[in-house]
Design a protein around this ligand. Sequence first.
Ligand SMILES: [Zn+2]
Ligand SMILES: [Zn+2]
Length: 188
Amino acid sequence: MTAASASSELTFPLAALLAEPAGSRRDYAFEGIRLDLGDDLVLAQPVAGHVRVSRTNRGVFLRGSVETALLLECSRCLRPIELALNLALSEEVLPALDIVTGKQLDPAVEPEIARLTDHHELQLEPILREAIQLAEPIAPLCRPDCPGLCAVCGETLETGPHEHDEASLDPRLEALRAFRVDADAETG
Ligand SMILES: [Zn+2]
Ligand SMILES: [Zn+2]
């Protein structure tokens, strides 16, 4: 099965809405969207949500919500975690062309505001991608009081602190340590 691309599923034609008076609106829902977020960020769940697009004097204003989940790694114990996201969208989008004259509007004016396409389409994909990227935590945790890993043996401290002396260390781990020292020496 060849699913439609995320960008086509997330493109909404607004020419008719733009011809209506301020306050007019459209509602759109989407689900099962797979987004490519770049190298380091992976979705654990497809994106679903809805937006209400309201005509303003200048363009449109969209409000909505998005649900998905990120596949992350606990920054203390390194176990994989799935972080559920429920994000609110609230964003103004301006036309690229003057609705009456069809002339290109100067994109240098208010460059921080998203634009519709030259065909008066709303492209939601970049807006969703940015919202999800901004929601990525800097140091995700599997739980707020994750104790992390033992600095000596690398085992999880989930079950509480433990004791060990050199003699009780796993010989396989010792071998690994020796290897690491060699590797460090080689890379300088
Ligand atoms: Zn953890
Ligand atoms: Zn330990």
